[in-house]
Design a protein around this ligand. Structure first.
Ligand SMILES: Nc1ncnc2c1ncn2[C@@H]1O[C@H](COP(=O)(O)OP(=O)(O)OP(=O)(O)O)[C@@H](O)[C@H]1O
Length: 247
């Protein structure tokens, strides 16, 4: 079994009386997609926020490789190799695809707006941004305004933004949301290839995509991991069927 690229142990997070994350331990290994699924309000976004660094856990540790990153902020984690895409799109419609990817990378690096270099002059980002677009099969759209892209292509741009800093691990929060069958199939194919280079922790409600993509699945219910295993094991787990999948 390959070594964990990203791992968390004993994570707890409480909001007042609500235990949003309860003793969650899981890891992400090289070459895999590990999907995190669960009903609405199960605590998936709360968990991702703790991993990405925007929310501090009450207890527990998060490691990127051997390094304890629990106390580090979002930008430090991004610079150390934790990439993420967001549930809500933040692309600038009138700007080209390439400029959006460069701006996205700057933002992830933690540049404050006051000290922003105009992105068009930041040559250091140009080549990595172009390469990230190539990895998402979008280089031919580099000069196209985001406004002219399909919904699926926008999702590809969002993943490309997260790839510019060459992450060691990637957090993807509902990348299939709002995609039709064609867009979803296309992104599924791209992620299947991408995982060989960057392991992916995937939060996703589209169960077809999850069962096709995930090497391992963890099921979160009311803040706790109630089941963990490969697709076949999760499909037949009676606790998961009761709590989430139904018949
Ligand atoms: N900042 C907050 N303050 C108080 N309660 C919160 C806060 N953030 C989340 N919660 C609560 O924590 C629980 C878990 O929410 P979370 O958004 O993490 O679930 P989720 O699994 O991501 O849901 P969804 O699939 O609908 O996005 C919910 O009951 C939610 O209302």
């Amino acid at each position: 079994m390959s070594e964990a690229v990203l791992s968390m142990s004993g994570l707890h997070k409480r909001f007042g009386a609500l235990q949003a994350t309860h003793d969650v331990s899981l890891d992400l290994r090289a070459g895999e997609i590990h999907a995190l699924i669960g009903p609405n309000g199960a605590g998936k976004s709360t968990l991702i926020a703790q991993i990405a660094g925007s929310l501090r856990p009450d207890a527990g540790q998060i490691h990127l490789g051997q390094r304890d990153i629990t106390a580090l902020g979002v930008a430090r984690r991004a610079r150390l190799g934790l990439g993420r895409s967001f549930q809500v799109s933040c692309l600038a419609e009138p700007l080209s695809v390439l400029r959006n990817v460069m701006i996205g990378a700057q933002a992830l690096q933690g540049h404050s707006f006051r000290f922003w270099r105009p992105v068009s002059r930041d040559r250091s980002l140009l080549e990595p941004a172009y390469e990230a677009l190539e990895r998402m099969h979008l280089a031919h759209r580099a000069d196209t305004p985001v406004a002219a892209l399909s919904h699926g292509e926008r999702r590809q741009v969002e993943v490309a933004c997260a790839l510019v800093l060459e992450p060691r691990a990637l957090l993807l929060d509902e990348p299939m949301a709002g995609l039709g069958p064609e867009g979803s199939a296309r992104l599924t194919e791209l992620l299947e290839t991408l995982k060989r280079e960057v392991p992916i922790l995937l939060i996703e409600h589209d169960m077809d995509a999850v069962f096709r993509l995930a090497d391992r699945i963890s099921v979160l219910v009311a803040g706790s991991v109630i089941a963990h295993g490969d697709s076949a094991a999760i499909r037949r787990d009676p606790r998961v069927r009761d709590a989430y999948l139904g018949d």
